[in-house]
Write a protein that binds this ligand. Structure first.
Ligand code: SF4
Length: 330
């Protein structure tokens, strides 16, 4: 690990000065991903700003829904009664991620900012445009079993590895950011992560020095609370990243689907909303054959790589199964 300066801050007003000193500064909360990357020499910040003491841990009702503090841990968030009752999809998604020990340390803000698990990204002897822009993409023609089937570019075929963001995407969450000048802006979760394009080194649309302060869940998303399911398909039952994940949420009136949300995980550089599937579901009566048909539509525009074509059929089956579970048919 390279030498770096460590600074701890305990109030948000002192943040702007600290991060402005160098553009090569990183915020650290739980540190569960950043420290690993620093040890592997992938992340090389000159300054680490420890924000774990900031007062951003509250989970509370607000007029528009529920606010999740950026520094609340994943465990605290998943187990909070208001989350379990109104947004059980989020609880399921968080508990599907990592391990109990990691969820006790990892924070909500950090979870959104976790970086890809592409093996070439972690191996500093290999080319990787995300780690070292302009060096090439080792995975494009290399081993790409875990990589993207949607939205990739010739510069990068990595996936976003998280689970929590997939559920937040289905629930229309808003990310609240503190700007370096002390101002604030809000970004819909759908605009938070980004596709790689020509600049895969940027995982998100966060600007330099911005800090996540909270994630807000709208009241309207509680309409999905009775019929939602998070399905994660992986090589082993715990402490593994998804090959394919599905966040499925239905708003049902009688036996008719009023609204549908289907978001796929680990298939693109960001959570991937299956709009074709949703369009087939809305206005229709609950029916296993409908779910089957809708699941095929989710992958009609997939562009698999050499080693990950299995994700198409696996994903179709996962979508159908998640919808069956959300509708209480299975
Ligand atoms: Fe790097 Fe992206 Fe290529 Fe992986 S897929 S080697 S992260 S550029």
């Amino acid at each position: 690990m390279r030498p770096f300066e460590y600074v701890r801050v305990d109030n948000t007003s002192s943040l702007a000065d600290l991060t402005a000193i160098t553009s090569n500064a990183k915020f650290m909360a739980g540190g569960t991903n950043l420290l690993d990357l620093m040890k592997e020499d992938v992340e090389r910040p000159a300054r680490v700003v420890d924000i774990s003491g900031l007062p951003l841990k509250q989970i509370q009702r607000i007029h528009s829904g529920l606010s999740l503090g950026a520094l609340a841990t994943n465990t605290e968030t998943a187990n909070h009664p208001l989350v379990r009752e109104n947004y059980p999809l989020l609880t399921q998604a968080i508990l599907a991620g990592a391990s109990g020990q990691l969820r006790n340390m990892a924070t909500n803000g950090g979870n959104l900012l976790q970086r890809t698990r592409c093996n070439y990204f972690y191996d500093t002897a290999m080319p990787c445009n995300k780690r070292d822009p302009g060096s090439g993409c080792g995975a494009r023609e290399g081993l790409n079993k875990i990589h993207a089937i949607f939205g990739w570019s010739e510069s990068c075929v990595a996936t976003y590895p998280g689970d929590m963001a997939n559920a937040l995407h289905a629930l229309n969450a808003i990310v609240r950011l503190r700007e370096p000048n002390g101002g604030e802006r809000q970004v819909p979760i759908a605009d938070f992560h980004r596709l790689p394009g020509e600049t895969p080194e940027q995982d998100t649309n966060l600007r330099q020095g911005e800090l996540i302060v909270a994630i807000e869940l709208p009241v309207s998303a509680a309409a999905f609370s009775g019929h939602s399911y998070y399905l994660k398909v992986r090589d082993r039952a715990s402490y593994a990243f998804a090959m394919v994940a599905v966040a499925a949420a239905l708003d049902i009136d009688g036996d008719t689907i009023r609204q549908a949300r289907v978001v796929l995980g680990s298939v693109a550089h960001m959570p991937w909303r299956a709009v074709e599937t949703e369009a087939i579901l809305v206005g229709q009566r609950l029916d296993p054959a409908l779910f089957q048909r809708a699941s095929l539509a989710a992958f009609q525009n997939a562009r698999p790589l050499k080693h990950n074509a299995y994700k198409v059929e696996l994903g179709q089956r996962a979508v159908a199964r998640a919808l069956m579970r959300a509708a209480h048919f299975a």
